[in-house]
Design a protein around this ligand. Structure first.
Ligand SMILES: [Zn+2]
Length: 112
């Protein structure tokens, strides 16, 4: 997966998420740079961002998918939240090695 390719699928826990890339219009429509629909397993990301911001947005949406997939609630303690998110994030990184490489390129300012 080169730095210029936009990933299309992610394994998040036991589910396959589709990644949908959109232009800036989504920001006007939703006032956000991305969204995560856990009922359809779809993550939408605005591609009109600098690479580091794009990486931040995707990871943010992955965390929403993990929050749902791990059946988390706002009632959990900080330690429980950190424990569950750590497990989820490690699993996402293990199951998506090409995506991790792509993320690192973006976080280092790689091409859009
Ligand atoms: Zn959010």
């Amino acid at each position: 997966m080169s730095a210029d390719v936009y990933p299309k699928r992610l394994k998040i826990l036991n589910l396959d998420y589709d990644l949908v890339w959109v232009n800036r219009d989504i920001e006007t429509a939703t006032d956000s740079h991305g969204s995560c629909d856990t009922s359809t397993q779809t993550i939408v990301v605005c591609r009109d961002q600098k690479p580091t911001a794009m990486a931040d947005t995707i990871w943010h949406e992955i965390n929403h998918a993990l929050f749902a997939g791990l059946h988390m609630t706002g009632e959990l303690t900080e330690e429980r939240i950190v424990t569950l998110m750590t497990t989820g994030q490690c699993t996402v990184m293990r199951d998506n090695p090409d995506f991790v490489k792509w993320m690192l390129k973006k976080l280092n300012g790689g091409t859009r």
